[in-house]
Design a protein around this ligand. Structure first.
Ligand SMILES: [Zn+2]
Length: 455
């Protein structure tokens, strides 16, 4: 075999992009964590009407060194790895039997085992009238964006737990932009939700080669709905409703639609399901090192000398089966290094080379499904850097995947197509309205289109 994969981008743009892509989730987590801390700090200053005989002005923050102040005290505790609710209450000085009662009451609405590292718990406790410990008065856990759990100690000393569901504001969002670095980096910079972006990349992986097709000047657009907690400003994305890529003036547009009696999925504007027999990008498209800006070592695609396409991505990036099939080979294979070959229906096979390792459960003779993770990017065999060498083999010959036209797996027809067309019209109208400045303020009043079937 011919190996044409040269060193992956070493220029500063490339490495900056890789760093950004690598640290973006961390930055995002920090931003969310900061938002949560801010929210909790605001919450602490709201009057505590629920708590009997407590006035917020009586609440002092923690018992700080030196002489012990009189209670009640309040504290925001952060869950560390290995923490349990019982352990935390014990550290606060809450007697074991009381802590047990508190957890029992809490367990009626919340599983204390669901506590996650870095989650915060707000507690109010007071010195015991008799005894050396403290009495737990109040505890609040924000389990997620929509739910708060509150535990209150009633006058009789019994604990009562309540789950509060927050009213979230529904709205639509459109995020648009030009690709300068990569779809992943630029869409996140433009403010796209990471989950929506992931859904978009996955949906376009059937048609788009994220290594070679995406070029500077490609434009993108994501349209989805969100649910926002106005108090904290935190929001969660709902569903990706439509997405668009314009590559060299050619638009690729998809809409999420649930056909009558069917399951929701993405369709082209003509009503063809996006699913094809084979993925063009059989790897997490977000992690691909885009070739552009890399003139010194262009990443080559299929040529006469090089009978496959290379996807440059960090070691360990998951590789997916391009289509349903049976594993024909899964072993070390000369210059290909760790190698997998899958036989699909008919005379088509796909091969994956230079893997660092195989996914669990993948072995010769076994069945795989399209999108299933079969292995991980590496640089084994005759390779100069981590990448996936991907081959499409038809009737025993290696062919250029770009030249193979694939039929969609299904198409909307009749009533389904009519419904789909009117659904697209609705989506386009919401999008147009969103762009009118006077509509931005009341964009939330739009309800989810009925054709989504409440999905
Ligand atoms: Zn190659």
């Amino acid at each position: 075999m011919t190996q044409s994969y040269d060193e992956i981008s070493t220029n500063s743009l490339g490495s900056m992009r890789q760093k950004l892509a690598k640290y973006f989730p961390i930055i995002l987590c920090l931003a969310i964590a900061y938002g949560l801390v801010f929210y909790l700090s605001i919450k602490q200053h709201t009057p505590l009407q629920d708590v009997e005989a407590l006035d917020s002005s009586d609440v002092k923050r923690g018992a700080e060194g030196g002489e012990e102040a009189n209670g009640p005290f309040d504290e925001t505790l952060t869950i560390s790895s290995g923490d349990t609710l019982a352990g935390i209450l014990e550290r606060l000085g809450i007697p074991r039997t009381q802590a047990h009662e508190a957890i029992e009451a809490l367990a009626t609405v919340y599983n204390p085992k669901d506590l996650k590292v870095d989650q915060e718990i707000y507690v109010i406790y007071d010195t015991q009238v008799e005894g050396e410990g403290y009495d737990l008065k109040f505890l609040r856990i924000r389990t997620d964006l929509e739910n708060d759990i509150e535990l209150v100690r009633t006058g009789g000393g019994l604990f009562q737990a309540t789950k509060y569901k927050k009213e979230l504001k529904h709205a639509y969002v459109e995020v648009e932009g030009d690709i300068k670095v990569s779809l992943y980096v630029d869409a996140l910079r433009a403010g796209a939700s990471p989950k929506m972006l992931y859904d978009m990349i996955k949906a376009f992986s059937y048609d788009v080669d994220f290594q070679r097709d995406i070029q500077p000047g490609t434009t993108f657009s994501l349209f989805y709905d969100t649910y926002k907690d106005e108090e904290s400003g935190l929001e969660r994305a709902g569903e990706l409703l439509s997405a668009r890529l314009v590559i060299e003036d050619k638009p690729y547009e998809i809409f999420r639609f649930q056909p009558p009696g069917g399951v929701p999925g993405f369709y082209t504007s003509k009503g063809e399901a996006i699913q094809k027999a084979l993925l063009r990008t059989p790897i997490d498209g977000a992690r691909i090192n885009s070739g552009f800006g890399n003139r010194k070592h262009p990443i080559q695609g299929y040529t006469k000398m090089h009978t496959g396409v290379d996807f440059g991505a960090p070691k360990g990036t998951p590789i997916m089966a391009a289509g349903d099939g049976v594993v024909e080979r899964c072993n070390h294979f000369g210059g290909y290094g760790n190698y997998i070959c899958i036989r699909h229906n008919g005379n088509t096979k796909t091969a994956y080379a230079h893997l660092s390792r195989y996914a669990k459960g993948v072995s010769r003779g076994g069945k795989v499904r399209q999108g299933q993770i079969i292995g991980y990017v590496g640089t084994t065999g005759n390779s100069t850097g981590p990448h996936l060498h991907f081959e499409l083999i038809q009737n025993g010959k290696r062919v250029n995947p770009k030249k193979v036209t694939q039929l969609p797996k299904s198409k909307l027809l009749g009533t389904a197509l009519t419904k789909y067309k009117s659904f697209i019209t609705k989506i386009e109208k919401i999008k147009t309205d969103l762009k009118k400045p006077e509509m931005r303020l009341k964009a939330d009043s739009n309800s989810i289109p009925a054709s989504l079937g409440g999905a």
